[in-house]
Design a protein around this ligand. Sequence first.
Ligand code: UT7
Length: 328
Amino acid sequence: MREIPVGILGTGKYVPERRLTNQDLEQMVETNDEWIVSRTGIRERRIADPAQATSDLAYEASLRALQAAGLTADQLDLIIVATITPDMFFPSTACLLQERLGAKQSAAFDLSAACTGFIYALATATGFIKTGMYRHILVVGAECLSRITDYSDRNTCILFGDGAGAVVVGEVAEGRGFRSFVLGADGSGGELLRMAGGGSRIPSTAQSVAEGRHFLEMNGRDVFKFAVRVMGSSAEEALAKAGLGKNDIDLLIPHQANVRIIQSAMERLDLPEDKCVINLDRYGNVSSASIPLALAEAVEEGRAKEGDCLLLVGFGGGLTWGASVLIL
Ligand code: UT7
């Protein structure tokens, strides 16, 4: 049986207007611009308006992705939203988005793999299309991380922002599309990066809120070491699975957590800076939205063109990691 080549039909992005700069953060916690830029590469992040939730950001990015794909919402068979900051526990953000888009023929679910969520969702969508079950799948990474960030904790509040990126996945011409996926998880590291409160283990109570359990908590140093290790290894694994080498990469699109982590991946892959998309200086870490945001920007700016070999690679809470080689 012929294998269906599956790739990206259109990309879109959306970021809220409000900027939170390093100078703003200097007024909020004991930190400074020089420390933040030298340790992370981040200069500012976007923060959602109080009236906006994750599905609103997802909606804007999705409209643009659908338009770029030349499709209407009623042609979608499935919507997958990768997020760790859903509007609410349920209904899923994907169902809220389905209603908003008017995607009446579409199934919808959320996927939770933290910052690796978008790559997990791409792999899931690709599987559905390869089996012939679905034709057009909207894959979104969207986050309002500002809603789970403790702005009195300088270890975390300097890192995170809000935004959304979306793609439509479907059949593409022979020679194009996803060439490989690598997905991994190590639940033993779950405590390194998590939001412990608000679920069935620690339900929301006045006490859990007083203790700040509804905020993201992180062991930055250990996550850093893990990230450097898996970014390199999963990128190499994805290349090998695709039957390609480092020299074949036109553009690296990494998860945007820390510029030093990205630089270590570039060194391992022998890539010059102009072959890597870095936008964390403007958006910070937007978890599942960071790779699709970077991808959509690279397409908009003409840095990622049809036929280019892209390497997407990410890591995050779970712990999780993932990589994919895509011929755009
Ligand atoms: O999507 C995945 C999510 N997370 C990540 O990828 C995070 C990975 N980790 C990191 O990016 C880095 O570990 C951080 C940026 C979080 C921290 O950078 P670091 O170079 O690992 O710093 P550190 O935690 O080792 O802290 C060094 C010093 C400490 O002071 P002492 O103990 O040496 O006196 C911190 O208290 O810097 C201090 N520090 C700060 N100083 C100014 C920590 N945060 C700040 C701050 N401003 N915001």
